[in-house]
Design a protein around this ligand. Structure first.
Ligand code: AMP
Ligand code: MG
Length: 329
């Protein structure tokens, strides 16, 4: 299969619509990462998404809709706090999990009685979803377990030949996947940390829980139990306080003739003073935005990436650390 990469315009949107209505998959940009989309009403199309990615079939997908889509056709019992959060953060990088009306394919939620819904703010994503006027089931558009894609080039590198069309909407600015928020209980609970932080949610509705997955537990959000986001080279992860040790290993391994790169923020890079750096930038949003592109850049040049966590650990860094820990597992 030939994979076309097209800018978003009337012609490419029409092509995308034909592919989706025929049960195919189209990759599209969002403000977090690129998605691999299929018609959420079509069982075969949704199952095909799992096949293309090699995704475990117990890791449910998020349904994406445009901002004027009536989600009450898909889910029921939207609690009052969820309505406040919709108003505060949507469209945007927040996925909300509701009780499902089971109108979409059961393959979307892998048999769970809930449905994760997202309204992306990216202009190209909105155009694509509006043009289709369908709920689009979409995981990140990468091979399962590999680093998530933040550009059309990343999608092409992973999935060339496995889908017909990639809609190119430039670089995804957010950089890490959406916050996943359970909205089926009395208070919202963060299932996956992201750019909309627990603090931001609590500010709007007063309270917000956090679900911490531990190995062996029944996963509330099954995606959390898998190795994820990993570059195709060796990796190590150190705490900010362990920078000295990280630099020692960098130097020793470099002396052995290995290509080693330090992945860290700008502040840490200045202190470390080593030659090969994958610099994530300065503030938390910059770090999130650069994380996946630096991991992908790193796997091209390095045999070993030594990641050092930033000093700041709250806010958006909770989501960044979650990805870093899984990438370097
Ligand atoms: P990805 O598509 O790779 O960004 O992953 C989607 C994330 O959303 C995974 O962590 C899933 O476990 C989570 N998710 C999707 N649907 C549900 C759901 N119905 N309930 C809980 N988590 C979900
Ligand atoms: Mg993913």
């Amino acid at each position: 299969m030939t994979t076309e990469v097209l800018q978003i315009n009337c012609n490419s949107l029409q092509k995308a619509k034909e592919i989706i209505l025929n049960g195919g998959a189209v990759a599209f940009p969002t403000e977090t990462v690129y998605g691999l989309g299929a018609n959420a009403f079509d069982d075969d199309a949704v199952e095909n998404i799992f096949r293309i990615k090699g995704r475990p079939n117990d890791n449910p997908l998020i349904v994406h809709v445009h901002k004027d889509y009536d989600i009450s056709t898909l889910v029921d019992e939207v609690p009052d706090y969820a309505k406040l959060l919709q108003k505060a953060f949507l469209p945007g990088p927040l996925t909300m999990v509701y009780n499902s009306k089971n109108r979409v394919s059961s393959a979307v939620s892998c048999g769970l009685d809930t449905l994760a819904v997202r309204i992306p703010s990216h202009e190209g994503a909105q155009e694509f979803l509006k043009y289709l006027n369908l709920p689009v089931a979409a995981p990140s558009a990468n091979i399962s377990k590999h680093v998530s894609p933040t550009s059309a080039e990343h999608v092409y590198a992973d999935l060339n030949g496995k889908l017909q069309l990639i809609l190119d909407g430039g670089q995804s600015q957010g950089g890490i996947e959406s916050t996943v928020l359970d909205c089926t209980g009395k208070v919202p609970v963060v299932l996956r940390a992201g750019l909309i932080t627990r603090e931001m949610i609590a500010q709007v509705v007063g309270e917000c829980g956090e679900y911490v997955y531990k190995d062996g537990m029944r996963a509330l959000s099954p995606g959390m139990k898998y190795k994820h986001y990993s570059p195709n080279c060796s990796t190590m992860l150190f705490k900010y306080e362990e920078l000295d040790e990280a630099v020692k290993i960098y130097n020793n391994t470099t002396d052995e003739g290995k290509k080693v790169f330090l992945l860290c923020d700008n502040q840490t890079a200045q202190i470390a003073g080593v030659k090969n750096v994958l610099n994530l930038g300065n503030d938390e949003n910059e770090i999130a935005s650069n994380l996946y592109s630096k991991l992908r850049e790193g796997e091209e040049v390095a045999e070993l990436i030594i990641a050092v966590a930033p000093e700041k650990q709250d806010g958006v860094m909770v989501g960044v650390m979650n990805r870093l820990e899984k990438a370097c597992r």
